[in-house]
Design a protein around this ligand. Structure first.
Ligand code: IPE
Ligand code: MG
Length: 251
């Protein structure tokens, strides 16, 4: 199914889109189903959106699939999400690889609560697809921005303690170099479905100048057409990066 891209300006495609997948549970509840059925429906929405991103020419997608706060959900739901995230990698890996997608993972992967098998499958998927460059698809798994920033602070401090970096050399670039994925570009557009208007500890550093888009639909109802709508809305925004209204635009 190909997309009608006529409404999109090919010269101003957002390079990096962050997706906060929200509303799976409500989608299932509205149908009298278990919350887990909502996550299963959300998978189809995510991969339709990824195919749309490839068609549009978006280079990076980061999808929030499990947050450091999600551990506080019921044991059954946590167990399901652990298994589901792993199973999804195995089922989607070859297809994504064939489409030129590079699968990457951002989050605290050293957390002992993550099953070893899951960790191994993430590493395998990243290795298998490492040579692809059509789209970077980043799974934010066991991800929390404050944890990422705290880990980056520890990394910077370690480099100072080893004499590799002086205190005076600590700047935005050296902090950015200590993020989980140092080559991850800034997020241009954050999409959060379900009508909630929160960032929820997602890419705080990388989304410093992002535009926000809040479609009032539940994540399983999102798809490539909804992504086109989001990009059209993004292109209507006037991104000034702190410059005054009457100054020439920076981007
Ligand atoms: C998002 O949907 C699922 C995850 C990425 C963990 P939710 O599970 O948050 O669904 P609601 O918000 O309860 O409807
Ligand atoms: Mg939610």
């Amino acid at each position: 199914m190909s997309l009608d891209l006529a409404a999109i300006d090919p010269d101003r495609i957002p390079r990096h889109v962050g997706l906060i997948l929200d509303g799976n549970g409500r989608w299932a509840n509205a149908r009298g189903l278990e919350r887990t059925a909502g996550h299963a429906a959300g998978e189809a929405a995510l991969f339709d959106t990824v195919e749309g991103a490839i068609e549009i020419g978006i280079e990076w997608i980061t999808a929030f699939t499990f947050s450091t706060e999600n551990w506080s959900r019921s044991a059954e739901e946590v167990e399901f999400l652990m298994w589901f995230n792993e199973d999804l990698l195995l089922r989607r890996r070859d297809d994504l690889d064939a489409q030129g997608v590079r699968m990457r993972f951002v989050g605290d992967m050293d957390d002992q609560r993550i099953p070893d098998r899951n960790r191994r499958h993430m590493a395998d998927a990243a290795n298998q697809t490492a040579g692809n460059d059509r789209l970077n698809l980043v799974f934010a798994f066991n991800y929390g921005s404050r944890k990422e920033l705290a880990d980056a602070a520890r990394d910077v401090a370690t480099r100072v303690a080893r004499g590799e970096l002086s205190i005076e050399e600590i700047d935005e670039a050296s902090v950015a170099a200590s993020m989980y994925i140092p080559d991850m570009p800034d997020v241009d557009l954050v999409i959060r479905s379900s009508g909630e208007h929160r960032l929820s500890n997602f890419l705080l550093w990388q989304a410093a100048y992002a535009e926000f888009y809040f479609p009032g639909i539940l994540w399983p109802d999102f798809d490539r057409h909804a992504l086109v709508d989001a990009v059209v809305e993004y292109q209507r925004r006037d991104r000034r990066f702190g410059a005054a209204l009457d100054q020439p635009q920076v981007d």
